[in-house]
Design a protein. Structure first.
Length: 435
Protein backbone atom coordinates (compact mmCIF):
# COMPACT_ATOMS: atom_id res chain seq x y z
CA UNK A 1 0.00 0.00 0.00
CA UNK A 2 1.23 3.49 -0.82
CA UNK A 3 2.15 5.26 2.45
CA UNK A 4 -0.43 7.78 3.57
CA UNK A 5 -1.73 10.17 6.20
CA UNK A 6 -5.21 11.01 7.48
CA UNK A 7 -5.77 14.76 7.94
CA UNK A 8 -8.42 15.07 10.62
CA UNK A 9 -9.50 17.34 13.47
CA UNK A 10 -11.45 17.36 16.73
CA UNK A 11 -14.46 18.94 14.99
CA UNK A 12 -15.67 20.61 11.82
CA UNK A 13 -14.55 24.17 11.20
CA UNK A 14 -10.95 23.78 12.34
CA UNK A 15 -9.42 24.48 8.91
CA UNK A 16 -8.55 20.94 7.85
CA UNK A 17 -9.75 21.44 4.26
CA UNK A 18 -7.38 24.34 3.61
CA UNK A 19 -4.59 22.35 5.29
CA UNK A 20 -5.46 19.41 3.04
CA UNK A 21 -5.41 21.49 -0.15
CA UNK A 22 -2.16 23.21 0.81
CA UNK A 23 -0.46 19.88 1.54
CA UNK A 24 -1.66 18.31 -1.71
CA UNK A 25 -0.30 21.19 -3.78
CA UNK A 26 2.93 21.53 -1.78
CA UNK A 27 3.79 17.85 -2.20
CA UNK A 28 2.77 17.90 -5.86
CA UNK A 29 4.98 20.95 -6.45
CA UNK A 30 7.83 18.97 -4.88
CA UNK A 31 7.46 16.38 -7.64
CA UNK A 32 5.44 13.76 -5.75
CA UNK A 33 2.50 11.93 -7.26
CA UNK A 34 -0.10 12.44 -4.52
CA UNK A 35 -3.33 10.44 -4.27
CA UNK A 36 -6.15 12.19 -2.39
CA UNK A 37 -9.10 10.50 -0.71
CA UNK A 38 -12.10 11.80 1.23
CA UNK A 39 -13.52 10.01 4.24
CA UNK A 40 -17.29 9.72 4.19
CA UNK A 41 -20.07 11.02 1.96
CA UNK A 42 -19.01 14.33 0.44
CA UNK A 43 -19.89 15.46 -3.09
CA UNK A 44 -17.81 18.67 -3.17
CA UNK A 45 -14.36 18.17 -1.59
CA UNK A 46 -13.06 15.62 -4.15
CA UNK A 47 -13.20 18.24 -6.92
CA UNK A 48 -11.06 20.57 -4.79
CA UNK A 49 -8.63 17.71 -4.12
CA UNK A 50 -8.28 17.08 -7.84
CA UNK A 51 -7.61 20.74 -8.52
CA UNK A 52 -4.90 20.77 -5.85
CA UNK A 53 -3.17 17.50 -6.72
CA UNK A 54 -3.86 16.92 -10.40
CA UNK A 55 -5.12 13.42 -9.55
CA UNK A 56 -8.71 12.21 -9.17
CA UNK A 57 -9.92 11.97 -5.57
CA UNK A 58 -12.30 9.28 -4.32
CA UNK A 59 -14.58 8.81 -1.30
CA UNK A 60 -14.00 5.92 1.11
CA UNK A 61 -16.89 5.15 3.44
CA UNK A 62 -17.00 2.37 6.03
CA UNK A 63 -20.78 2.66 6.58
CA UNK A 64 -21.85 2.56 2.94
CA UNK A 65 -19.16 0.43 1.29
CA UNK A 66 -18.36 -3.25 1.62
CA UNK A 67 -14.83 -4.57 1.83
CA UNK A 68 -14.52 -5.30 -1.87
CA UNK A 69 -15.50 -1.82 -2.98
CA UNK A 70 -13.36 -0.17 -0.30
CA UNK A 71 -10.33 -2.15 -1.44
CA UNK A 72 -11.03 -1.44 -5.11
CA UNK A 73 -11.17 2.31 -4.45
CA UNK A 74 -8.09 2.24 -2.19
CA UNK A 75 -6.23 0.54 -5.04
CA UNK A 76 -6.57 3.81 -6.99
CA UNK A 77 -3.45 4.85 -5.06
CA UNK A 78 -1.32 2.44 -7.08
CA UNK A 79 1.48 4.38 -8.76
CA UNK A 80 1.29 7.26 -6.29
CA UNK A 81 4.15 8.26 -4.00
CA UNK A 82 1.95 9.42 -1.14
CA UNK A 83 -1.70 9.23 -0.04
CA UNK A 84 -3.34 12.12 1.80
CA UNK A 85 -6.90 11.52 3.00
CA UNK A 86 -9.19 14.20 4.40
CA UNK A 87 -11.41 13.28 7.32
CA UNK A 88 -15.00 14.36 7.86
CA UNK A 89 -16.33 16.18 10.93
CA UNK A 90 -14.36 15.12 14.03
CA UNK A 91 -11.95 12.18 13.95
CA UNK A 92 -14.22 9.73 15.80
CA UNK A 93 -17.59 11.02 14.58
CA UNK A 94 -19.87 8.48 12.90
CA UNK A 95 -23.36 7.10 13.21
CA UNK A 96 -24.81 5.02 16.05
CA UNK A 97 -25.63 1.86 14.10
CA UNK A 98 -23.05 -0.21 12.25
CA UNK A 99 -23.25 -0.24 8.46
CA UNK A 100 -21.50 -2.34 5.81
CA UNK A 101 -18.11 -2.28 7.57
CA UNK A 102 -18.42 0.18 10.41
CA UNK A 103 -19.87 3.45 11.63
CA UNK A 104 -18.46 5.82 9.04
CA UNK A 105 -15.79 7.56 11.12
CA UNK A 106 -12.46 8.87 9.84
CA UNK A 107 -10.72 6.94 12.61
CA UNK A 108 -12.11 3.65 11.27
CA UNK A 109 -10.78 4.44 7.82
CA UNK A 110 -7.35 5.46 9.13
CA UNK A 111 -7.10 2.25 11.15
CA UNK A 112 -8.16 0.05 8.22
CA UNK A 113 -5.72 1.68 5.82
CA UNK A 114 -2.89 2.11 8.31
CA UNK A 115 -2.72 5.88 7.77
CA UNK A 116 -1.35 7.80 10.79
CA UNK A 117 -3.57 10.67 11.88
CA UNK A 118 -2.45 14.28 11.62
CA UNK A 119 -4.76 16.22 13.94
CA UNK A 120 -5.42 19.84 12.95
CA UNK A 121 -6.06 21.64 16.24
CA UNK A 122 -7.60 25.11 16.37
CA UNK A 123 -5.75 26.69 19.30
CA UNK A 124 -7.60 30.02 19.23
CA UNK A 125 -8.83 30.90 22.70
CA UNK A 126 -6.48 28.48 24.46
CA UNK A 127 -2.81 27.59 24.72
CA UNK A 128 -1.52 24.65 26.82
CA UNK A 129 -5.10 23.41 27.19
CA UNK A 130 -5.14 22.46 23.51
CA UNK A 131 -2.74 19.65 24.42
CA UNK A 132 -5.34 18.05 26.70
CA UNK A 133 -7.76 17.92 23.78
CA UNK A 134 -5.16 16.49 21.42
CA UNK A 135 -3.99 13.95 24.01
CA UNK A 136 -7.54 12.70 24.42
CA UNK A 137 -7.81 12.16 20.68
CA UNK A 138 -4.45 10.40 20.55
CA UNK A 139 -5.34 7.99 23.38
CA UNK A 140 -9.07 7.48 22.83
CA UNK A 141 -8.31 4.58 20.46
CA UNK A 142 -4.88 3.29 21.51
CA UNK A 143 -4.30 1.17 18.40
CA UNK A 144 -4.92 4.08 16.00
CA UNK A 145 -1.66 5.30 14.42
CA UNK A 146 -1.10 8.92 15.41
CA UNK A 147 1.54 11.08 13.67
CA UNK A 148 1.12 14.34 15.54
CA UNK A 149 -0.63 17.70 15.40
CA UNK A 150 -0.71 20.85 13.31
CA UNK A 151 -1.55 23.91 15.37
CA UNK A 152 -3.94 26.21 13.50
CA UNK A 153 -4.97 29.86 14.02
CA UNK A 154 -1.97 30.71 16.19
CA UNK A 155 -2.24 34.33 17.35
CA UNK A 156 1.40 35.22 18.06
CA UNK A 157 4.88 33.75 18.64
CA UNK A 158 4.15 33.70 22.37
CA UNK A 159 0.88 31.84 21.77
CA UNK A 160 2.72 29.27 19.64
CA UNK A 161 5.39 28.78 22.31
CA UNK A 162 2.79 28.12 25.01
CA UNK A 163 0.81 25.72 22.80
CA UNK A 164 3.99 23.85 21.91
CA UNK A 165 4.91 23.58 25.60
CA UNK A 166 1.60 21.89 26.27
CA UNK A 167 2.07 19.45 23.38
CA UNK A 168 5.63 18.67 24.53
CA UNK A 169 4.36 17.91 28.03
CA UNK A 170 1.72 15.57 26.56
CA UNK A 171 4.33 13.82 24.44
CA UNK A 172 2.69 14.87 21.15
CA UNK A 173 4.72 15.85 18.12
CA UNK A 174 4.03 19.27 16.62
CA UNK A 175 4.33 19.00 12.83
CA UNK A 176 3.51 22.62 12.13
CA UNK A 177 2.03 25.84 13.48
CA UNK A 178 -0.12 28.03 11.24
CA UNK A 179 -0.54 31.72 12.10
CA UNK A 180 -4.06 33.08 12.03
CA UNK A 181 -5.00 34.37 8.57
CA UNK A 182 -8.41 35.63 7.53
CA UNK A 183 -7.92 34.88 3.84
CA UNK A 184 -7.62 31.10 4.27
CA UNK A 185 -11.37 30.47 4.36
CA UNK A 186 -13.00 29.01 1.27
CA UNK A 187 -16.41 30.43 0.28
CA UNK A 188 -19.39 28.37 1.42
CA UNK A 189 -23.09 27.98 0.79
CA UNK A 190 -25.78 25.84 2.42
CA UNK A 191 -24.42 22.41 1.40
CA UNK A 192 -20.83 23.28 2.33
CA UNK A 193 -18.14 24.72 0.11
CA UNK A 194 -18.96 26.52 -3.09
CA UNK A 195 -18.18 24.07 -5.91
CA UNK A 196 -14.64 24.05 -7.24
CA UNK A 197 -15.76 25.09 -10.74
CA UNK A 198 -17.46 28.18 -9.25
CA UNK A 199 -14.47 29.43 -7.26
CA UNK A 200 -13.36 32.74 -8.84
CA UNK A 201 -9.62 31.93 -8.75
CA UNK A 202 -9.18 28.49 -7.26
CA UNK A 203 -5.69 27.73 -8.54
CA UNK A 204 -4.26 30.95 -7.10
CA UNK A 205 -5.98 30.27 -3.77
CA UNK A 206 -4.55 26.74 -3.57
CA UNK A 207 -1.09 28.01 -4.54
CA UNK A 208 -1.33 30.50 -1.67
CA UNK A 209 -2.29 27.71 0.75
CA UNK A 210 0.71 25.67 -0.44
CA UNK A 211 3.10 28.57 0.12
CA UNK A 212 1.65 29.04 3.60
CA UNK A 213 2.04 25.35 4.47
CA UNK A 214 5.62 25.26 3.15
CA UNK A 215 6.50 28.16 5.43
CA UNK A 216 4.93 26.77 8.60
CA UNK A 217 4.75 22.94 8.39
CA UNK A 218 7.54 20.35 8.42
CA UNK A 219 6.73 18.63 5.12
CA UNK A 220 9.69 16.26 5.40
CA UNK A 221 8.50 15.06 8.81
CA UNK A 222 4.98 14.58 7.48
CA UNK A 223 6.17 12.48 4.58
CA UNK A 224 8.40 10.42 6.87
CA UNK A 225 5.41 9.75 9.17
CA UNK A 226 3.28 8.32 6.35
CA UNK A 227 2.48 4.61 6.51
CA UNK A 228 0.04 2.20 4.91
CA UNK A 229 -1.38 -1.25 5.42
CA UNK A 230 -1.53 -3.80 2.61
CA UNK A 231 -4.83 -3.58 0.74
CA UNK A 232 -5.67 -6.49 -1.60
CA UNK A 233 -6.86 -5.78 -5.12
CA UNK A 234 -10.38 -7.13 -4.87
CA UNK A 235 -13.70 -6.44 -6.56
CA UNK A 236 -14.02 -4.02 -9.45
CA UNK A 237 -15.62 -0.60 -9.24
CA UNK A 238 -19.41 -0.46 -9.78
CA UNK A 239 -20.66 -1.39 -13.24
CA UNK A 240 -22.65 1.07 -15.37
CA UNK A 241 -26.45 1.06 -15.50
CA UNK A 242 -26.38 1.47 -19.31
CA UNK A 243 -23.96 1.59 -22.24
CA UNK A 244 -24.51 5.20 -23.38
CA UNK A 245 -25.31 7.53 -20.49
CA UNK A 246 -26.30 11.16 -21.05
CA UNK A 247 -24.98 12.83 -17.90
CA UNK A 248 -26.11 16.31 -16.88
CA UNK A 249 -23.04 18.32 -15.87
CA UNK A 250 -23.03 22.02 -15.02
CA UNK A 251 -23.33 24.33 -12.01
CA UNK A 252 -26.84 23.00 -11.26
CA UNK A 253 -26.03 19.27 -11.60
CA UNK A 254 -22.64 17.99 -10.48
CA UNK A 255 -22.94 15.76 -7.40
CA UNK A 256 -22.03 12.21 -8.40
CA UNK A 257 -19.55 10.09 -6.48
CA UNK A 258 -16.28 9.78 -8.45
CA UNK A 259 -15.96 6.01 -7.96
CA UNK A 260 -19.27 5.48 -9.76
CA UNK A 261 -18.29 7.51 -12.83
CA UNK A 262 -14.85 5.90 -12.94
CA UNK A 263 -16.40 2.43 -12.70
CA UNK A 264 -18.82 3.23 -15.51
CA UNK A 265 -16.01 4.45 -17.76
CA UNK A 266 -13.75 1.48 -17.09
CA UNK A 267 -16.52 -0.97 -17.88
CA UNK A 268 -16.81 0.63 -21.31
CA UNK A 269 -19.80 2.91 -20.85
CA UNK A 270 -19.89 6.07 -22.93
CA UNK A 271 -20.63 9.19 -20.87
CA UNK A 272 -22.32 11.92 -22.89
CA UNK A 273 -22.24 15.19 -20.90
CA UNK A 274 -24.79 17.92 -21.50
CA UNK A 275 -25.79 21.14 -19.75
CA UNK A 276 -29.42 21.79 -18.80
CA UNK A 277 -28.46 25.35 -17.84
CA UNK A 278 -27.26 25.91 -21.42
CA UNK A 279 -30.63 24.51 -22.57
CA UNK A 280 -28.99 21.44 -24.11
CA UNK A 281 -31.07 18.32 -24.69
CA UNK A 282 -29.59 14.93 -23.79
CA UNK A 283 -27.98 13.04 -26.66
CA UNK A 284 -30.82 11.35 -28.58
CA UNK A 285 -28.67 8.22 -28.94
CA UNK A 286 -28.32 7.77 -25.17
CA UNK A 287 -29.69 4.64 -23.53
CA UNK A 288 -30.11 6.43 -20.17
CA UNK A 289 -30.31 10.01 -18.95
CA UNK A 290 -28.82 10.59 -15.49
CA UNK A 291 -29.44 13.86 -13.65
CA UNK A 292 -27.10 14.19 -10.63
CA UNK A 293 -27.73 16.29 -7.58
CA UNK A 294 -26.61 19.88 -7.32
CA UNK A 295 -28.21 23.28 -6.91
CA UNK A 296 -31.35 23.49 -9.08
CA UNK A 297 -32.87 25.88 -6.53
CA UNK A 298 -30.23 28.50 -7.43
CA UNK A 299 -31.04 28.19 -11.14
CA UNK A 300 -34.76 27.39 -11.09
CA UNK A 301 -35.70 30.24 -13.43
CA UNK A 302 -33.18 29.19 -16.07
CA UNK A 303 -34.26 25.55 -15.82
CA UNK A 304 -37.90 26.55 -16.22
CA UNK A 305 -36.97 28.48 -19.37
CA UNK A 306 -34.84 25.65 -20.80
CA UNK A 307 -37.39 24.43 -23.31
CA UNK A 308 -34.99 22.35 -25.45
CA UNK A 309 -33.74 20.55 -22.33
CA UNK A 310 -37.26 19.76 -21.13
CA UNK A 311 -38.47 18.69 -24.58
CA UNK A 312 -35.45 16.40 -24.95
CA UNK A 313 -36.19 14.77 -21.61
CA UNK A 314 -39.82 14.24 -22.59
CA UNK A 315 -38.84 12.57 -25.89
CA UNK A 316 -36.34 10.29 -24.13
CA UNK A 317 -38.85 9.32 -21.43
CA UNK A 318 -41.27 7.93 -24.03
CA UNK A 319 -39.11 4.84 -24.52
CA UNK A 320 -35.96 4.93 -22.37
CA UNK A 321 -35.08 5.45 -18.70
CA UNK A 322 -34.28 8.68 -16.89
CA UNK A 323 -33.06 8.84 -13.29
CA UNK A 324 -32.48 11.85 -11.07
CA UNK A 325 -30.76 12.13 -7.69
CA UNK A 326 -31.79 14.86 -5.23
CA UNK A 327 -31.48 18.04 -7.31
CA UNK A 328 -31.94 15.95 -10.44
CA UNK A 329 -35.03 14.39 -8.90
CA UNK A 330 -36.46 17.83 -8.15
CA UNK A 331 -35.79 18.93 -11.75
CA UNK A 332 -37.81 15.94 -13.02
CA UNK A 333 -40.80 16.98 -10.91
CA UNK A 334 -43.76 19.21 -11.58
CA UNK A 335 -42.52 22.31 -9.80
CA UNK A 336 -39.89 23.86 -7.53
CA UNK A 337 -40.66 26.74 -5.16
CA UNK A 338 -37.61 28.91 -4.52
CA UNK A 339 -36.71 30.65 -1.25
CA UNK A 340 -38.70 33.76 -2.29
CA UNK A 341 -41.83 31.64 -2.66
CA UNK A 342 -41.88 31.74 -6.47
CA UNK A 343 -42.92 28.48 -8.12
CA UNK A 344 -40.97 27.41 -11.23
CA UNK A 345 -42.12 24.81 -13.73
CA UNK A 346 -39.81 21.79 -13.89
CA UNK A 347 -39.79 18.92 -16.41
CA UNK A 348 -43.13 17.51 -15.25
CA UNK A 349 -42.12 13.88 -15.81
CA UNK A 350 -42.89 13.16 -12.15
CA UNK A 351 -45.51 14.74 -9.92
CA UNK A 352 -42.98 15.88 -7.31
CA UNK A 353 -43.28 19.45 -6.03
CA UNK A 354 -40.60 20.75 -3.67
CA UNK A 355 -40.06 24.01 -1.84
CA UNK A 356 -37.13 25.97 -0.42
CA UNK A 357 -39.36 28.71 0.99
CA UNK A 358 -39.06 27.23 4.48
CA UNK A 359 -35.68 25.53 4.69
CA UNK A 360 -35.38 22.26 6.57
CA UNK A 361 -32.18 20.24 6.59
CA UNK A 362 -32.36 16.57 5.60
CA UNK A 363 -29.01 14.95 6.28
CA UNK A 364 -27.72 11.45 6.77
CA UNK A 365 -26.98 8.00 5.45
CA UNK A 366 -29.79 6.17 3.73
CA UNK A 367 -30.55 2.49 3.18
CA UNK A 368 -33.00 1.73 0.38
CA UNK A 369 -34.76 -1.45 -0.72
CA UNK A 370 -36.16 -0.92 -4.21
CA UNK A 371 -39.91 -1.36 -4.59
CA UNK A 372 -39.62 -0.56 -8.30
CA UNK A 373 -36.71 -1.07 -10.66
CA UNK A 374 -34.32 1.79 -11.38
CA UNK A 375 -31.52 1.94 -13.96
CA UNK A 376 -28.96 -0.74 -13.13
CA UNK A 377 -30.93 -2.31 -10.27
CA UNK A 378 -33.88 -4.70 -10.05
CA UNK A 379 -36.79 -4.71 -7.61
CA UNK A 380 -35.55 -5.85 -4.21
CA UNK A 381 -32.01 -4.51 -4.63
CA UNK A 382 -30.60 -2.99 -1.44
CA UNK A 383 -28.72 0.25 -1.90
CA UNK A 384 -26.72 2.49 0.40
CA UNK A 385 -26.43 6.22 -0.08
CA UNK A 386 -26.55 9.63 1.52
CA UNK A 387 -29.04 12.49 1.59
CA UNK A 388 -28.29 16.19 2.14
CA UNK A 389 -30.66 18.97 1.10
CA UNK A 390 -32.87 21.73 2.47
CA UNK A 391 -36.00 21.23 0.39
CA UNK A 392 -39.46 20.26 1.63
CA UNK A 393 -41.77 17.88 -0.23
CA UNK A 394 -45.11 19.52 -1.00
CA UNK A 395 -46.39 16.77 -3.30
CA UNK A 396 -45.01 13.31 -4.13
CA UNK A 397 -47.95 11.50 -5.76
CA UNK A 398 -46.21 8.87 -7.88
CA UNK A 399 -45.37 5.25 -7.09
CA UNK A 400 -42.69 5.04 -4.37
CA UNK A 401 -39.31 3.98 -5.69
CA UNK A 402 -38.02 2.40 -2.48
CA UNK A 403 -38.48 1.71 1.18
CA UNK A 404 -35.91 4.14 2.63
CA UNK A 405 -34.48 4.24 6.14
CA UNK A 406 -31.86 6.28 7.95
CA UNK A 407 -28.62 4.88 9.39
CA UNK A 408 -30.50 3.54 12.43
CA UNK A 409 -33.11 1.75 10.36
CA UNK A 410 -35.87 4.31 10.96
CA UNK A 411 -38.20 5.01 8.03
CA UNK A 412 -37.91 8.34 6.22
CA UNK A 413 -40.59 9.89 4.01
CA UNK A 414 -38.21 10.62 1.12
CA UNK A 415 -38.96 7.36 -0.68
CA UNK A 416 -38.25 8.62 -4.16
CA UNK A 417 -40.77 7.90 -6.87
CA UNK A 418 -41.22 6.59 -10.38
CA UNK A 419 -43.59 6.96 -13.30
CA UNK A 420 -43.16 5.05 -16.54
CA UNK A 421 -39.49 5.13 -17.54
CA UNK A 422 -38.67 7.95 -15.07
CA UNK A 423 -37.39 7.51 -11.53
CA UNK A 424 -35.75 9.64 -8.88
CA UNK A 425 -34.58 9.68 -5.28
CA UNK A 426 -33.41 12.18 -2.71
CA UNK A 427 -30.49 9.96 -1.74
CA UNK A 428 -27.24 9.91 -3.69
CA UNK A 429 -26.25 6.34 -4.55
CA UNK A 430 -22.94 5.15 -3.10
CA UNK A 431 -23.06 1.36 -3.37
CA UNK A 432 -25.24 -1.69 -3.64
CA UNK A 433 -25.39 -3.58 -0.36
CA UNK A 434 -23.77 -7.00 -0.31
CA UNK A 435 -26.37 -9.80 -0.63
Amino acid sequence: MTPGLMISAPASGTGKTTVMLGLLRAFADAGLNVQPFKSGPDYIDPAFHRAASGRASFNLDSWAMGAGLMDAIAAEAQGADLVIAEGSMGLYDGVATRGALGYGSSAELAAKMGWPVVLVVDVSGQAQSAAAVALGFARYQPDLPFAGVILNRVASPRHERLARLGMDKAGLRVLGALPRRGDLKLPERHLGLVQAVEHPDLDAAIASYADFLRDHVDLAALRAAAQGAHVPRAAALPRPPAQRIALAQDAAFSFTYPHLLEGWRRAGAELLPFSPLADEAPDPQADLVWLPGGYPELHAGRLAAATRFRAGLARHAQSRPIHGECGGYMALGEGLVDKQGVRHQMAGLLGLVTSYEKRKMHLGYRGATLLSAMPGFAVGARLRGHEFHYSTILEQPDTPLAHVTDADGQDVIETGSCRGHVSGSFFHLIAEDAP
